[in-house]
Design a protein around this ligand. Sequence first.
Ligand SMILES: [Zn+2]
Length: 222
Amino acid sequence: MQAIDLSHPVRTGMQVFPGDPSVEFRSAATVAADGFAVAQLHLGSHSGTHLDAPLHTVQGGAAVDAMPLEALMGPARIVSLPEPSVNTVLGWQDVSGQLENLLPGTIVLFSTGWSRHFDTPVYLEHPTFDTEIAERLVAAGVRLVGVDILNPDPTPGPAAPGHAQGETFLPFHDVFLGSGGGIVENLTNLGAVPWADPWFSALPLRLEGLDGSPVRAVAFRP
Ligand SMILES: [Zn+2]
């Protein structure tokens, strides 16, 4: 079996959503001093390549440990949207041609190439996805969407035109997570997947009652 890693390395000081907890690894024990190595991890639940559970934006929504595993792995469709410019709003007409004949339950992965800007300020000026895309995917029976950007909605701050600094504005999240689905953010390397319709897996840690979790996202061919 061939597998392609679609995850960013998780490491101290990596870029996170503005205002989220920083990622810091510390040594809690070392082989030299203790005979074994143990690390202490400090990070937010949305660090690096991660899964948003419904609970992220929906009061009383499902947590990562309550999401069915079957929805988080399976046949996927990669939608290629190469080189959108800064703050582009992608609409249904930009993606619909690559979403024909979608079977219910297919995982949809949007590849913009934006992941090459990870860890730079430009990464925050990512393209965004119109709410109609979320509505149409939900209607088609899609339960999991992945993006190679920080956020399918505008990220608050100077990078989000038309929205005040710090304003939270999450219409894509509200529709897609509101349907009980999940969103995988900060994917990378989607352009390296050689198969038109790969399988995809993004399993969260079984973090009880939490709104999100880092994942090891993988494309593979069974
Ligand atoms: Zn998230």
